[in-house]
Design a protein around this ligand. Structure first.
Ligand code: AMP
Length: 572
């Protein structure tokens, strides 16, 4: 087995590694460190977060700088403040036995004057977020003309976050002769462009496959209807009692909403997003690290740089807009040699995105079913039994045992176990006993059956249509804004020439009727009626089109469109 001793590292660095308890180099360290120590070269290293890449560039950088010189020789650019601080701390740990080295972190949200002062004292290494560094350059508070090494860490993330211009400008302030070491989890075109523009014949180091996800993570997907996303999330969490998870939402609003609901429902959850102050974000992250928060609900941007090693599950509450972002999300679990699971909650209409994800991660996403009440109770019970078995017994309890014994004396061991376990079991059993199956990825007929059982939808007729310049998307937007409903609360919007239909949940019926009871649209009275017929099924649109061929043009709810022979204009 390769040891750190054989990589060519200097004594003070080996001493620090020893003190930190690092015994063997990780694959990226094994490949990168000797190369960077031997050669002055540019490199492109494709490695996921959690693979030990900070040491892979940090150790050679520390060995190469001259501590007798005060000017800035090493520059590390990182996407977020969190990551910037983590890298700085880690570099300081590696430099514990080197005299005279100064490592300064610069990032937004803190005093620029203080950071400028620290740099002025002499900073051989600066770890920076691009925005703040650009600011310091513009104010002439930092000088990069003698930089020898520039590291672009998580380059794909930095470019995703819109730092392309800042990076280009920063790099043009550094000497052409410097070496650039680029680290990235994925290799999108934007990173390749930067590499081409600023690097000279870079050596390429790939750990695992290009753009592939980590092998330690397995991927699961759960198909539910849009309105069942939240109950599905709860079931997934309940079915994994020891879960320690990052839950990803697409927007700040959804992130906060999901976290609030979870807290209301009694989970140890917290939200992490850009609308929180830096101080609030620090508090949330600290609680998560200490496992006081079990479920961290986060946006993609806020979760960048989260470096917590033992996250058991990543849950994609919603898929990201950019499918590539999925790799970053799933990379938050399966770190530091652990295994992890990345779960995706999707609706039927999103299911095609799974193929794209599989292509990117080069691994299979296994379709799974949301566990039912019985399965959840089983895993909770098993977890409880294990917890009881592993519970540490405190000496202090002895003094109370006689009274407790008196109460429980007449119970056999079996009875005692049954009662003990029942305390927890009843809670879950009562909650889940009458709840429906949430899975929608079953056969069409099964789906239709479960759909007709629900009976909680209501279908409306409305007297505006394609003639009024509506298609289903425009009508849906109009209804959403007028009724102030979520997009998942309005469905099956079908637009004919002269009128349209839409479906919503029964709970909204009163609101819909009341808003449209007296509604003028450009001087025209809007008429709304509940449609008598059952709501259409999801797959009906295809069947209807086939049926209507060559027949009188009746819409599927039996209303006849005045324009004879005209087919439905738009449907969804
Ligand atoms: P990174 O990919 O640099 O964020 O590192 C992930 C985690 O692994 C950090 O907490 C490091 O301190 C730790 N680490 C890095 N290299 C090693 C190693 N060779 N042995 C043990 N832990 C390591």
């Amino acid at each position: 087995m390769i040891s750190f001793n054989s990589l060519g590292l200097a004594k003070p660095l080996l001493q620090a590694l020893d003190q930190m308890g690092f015994e063997t180099p990780t694959p990226v360290q094994e490949k990168t460190i000797p190369l960077l120590l031997e050669k002055n070269t540019d490199i492109v290293s494709l490695a996921q977060t959690g693979t030990g890449k900070t040491a892979a560039f940090g150790l050679p950088m520390l060995q190469k700088i001259d501590c007798d010189q005060n000017h800035t020789q090493g520059l590390v650019l990182s996407p977020t403040r969190e990551l910037c601080l983590q890298i700085t701390e880690e570099l300081k740990n590696y430099a514990a036995f080197i005299n005279g080295v100064n490592i300064v972190a610069v990032y937004g949200g803190a005093s620029i004057q203080d950071q400028a002062k620290s740099i002025k004292k002499g900073a051989q290494i600066i770890v920076a977020t691009p925005g703040r560094l650009q600011d310091l350059i513009n104010r002439n508070m930092v000088h990069l003309s003698k930089v020898d090494i520039c590291v672009l860490d998580e380059a794909d993330e930095m470019l995703n976050m819109g730092f392309q211009e800042a990076i280009t400008s920063i790099l043009s302030n550094t000497p052409k002769t410097k070496n650039t070491w680029l680290f990235s989890a994925t290799m999108p075109q934007s990173v390749a462009v930067i590499a081409k523009k600023f690097m000279v014949k870079p050596e390429e180091i790939t750990i695992g496959e290009r753009n592939a996800g980590t092998k330690n993570v397995s991927h699961e997907c759960y198909t539910v209807s849009g309105r069942d996303r939240y109950p599905a999330l709860k079931r997934l969490v309940d079915a994994h009692p020891g879960i320690f998870s990052v839950i990803f939402c697409r927007t700040k609003r959804d992130t906060q909403k999901v976290a609030d609901k979870l807290i209301e429902d009694g989970y140890d959850a917290a939200a992490l997003h850009g609308d929180l102050s830096q101080n609030q974000r620090d508090i949330v992250m600290k609680s998560f690290r200490l496992k006081r928060v079990q479920l961290l609900v986060a946006t993609d941007v806020a979760a960048r740089g989260i470096d917590v090693d033992n996250v058991t599950h990543v849950i994609n509450y919603q898929l990201p807009d950019e499918i590539e972002t999925y790799t970053h999300r799933s990379g938050r679990t399966g770190r530091a040699g652990n295994t992890g699971i990345s779960m995706i909650i999707i609706t039927q209409s999103e299911s095609r995105k799974i193929k794209s994800i599989e292509k990117i991660i080069k691994a299979k996403v296994v379709a799974k079913k949301i566990p039912d009440g019985k399965e959840i109770c089983e895993s909770q019970l098993y977890h409880l039994a294990q917890k009881i078995h592993q519970t540490e017994i405190y000496d202090e309890i002895e003094e109370y045992l006689p009274q407790v014994n008196e109460v429980l004396n007449d119970l056999t061991k079996e009875e005692l176990i049954k009662r003990l376990v029942s305390v927890e079991f009843i809670r879950f059993h009562n909650y889940y006993k009458n709840l429906k199956d949430l899975n929608t990825n079953i056969s069409t007929s099964a789906r239709e059956d479960s759909y007709s059982d629900k009976g909680d939808d209501v279908r409306f007729f409305i007297n505006i249509g394609a003639r009024d310049n509506y298609d289903w998307m425009v009508l849906k937007d109009f209804l959403r804004s007028v009724l102030n409903l979520d997009k998942d609360d309005l469905f099956h919007v079908d637009v004919m020439d002269n009128f349209s239909f839409f479906t919503t949940f029964k709970i909204h019926q009163q609101k819909v009727e009341s808003i449209f009871s007296n509604f003028d649209l450009d001087g025209r009275k809007i008429k709304l009626e509940v449609s008598e017929k059952k709501p259409r099924r999801k797959n009906d649109s295809f069947r209807d089109k086939k049926k209507s061929k060559g027949r009188p043009n009746r819409d599927f709810e039996g209303r006849r469109d005045k324009k004879k022979g005209k087919k439905r204009k738009f449907t969804r």
